[in-house]
Design a protein around this ligand. Sequence first.
Ligand SMILES: [Zn+2]
Length: 103
Amino acid sequence: MGTFNTLAALLTCPRCGKQGEMEIELRHGNTANQLHLKLGDDYPRMLREPVSSADQLGAALLLVEGYCECHLCQKDFFVTVALENNRLTSAQVDLTKLGHVPD
Ligand SMILES: [Zn+2]
C-alpha cells in the first residue's frame, strides 16, 4: 500500500450523479506526510525535486491524476487536479478514464 495526500473538494460523482464533498487521493509528489489538503493550498514538494523549466518561468500549470471513491455510492472515479505554481486550484472529474469498481 502506498501513501497519498488527500484533497477535499466539492464534486459531482459521475457514477451516482450526486454532489458532495469528496476526498481525492493524490499520489503525486511528496506524499510522505499524508496531508489533508483543500483547494488553494500549496502542494507539498519533494525534498530534492529538481527545479523545472516551468518553475523558472513562474507560470507552471501541472495536471495530476487523482483517485476518488464516492462515499455515497462506494464507486470510484478519476479526477484531474490542477496545480498552478504548486498551488491546488481545481479538481475536475475525468470522464475519459473508468474506475475500477464495476457498475
Ligand atoms: Zn457516487
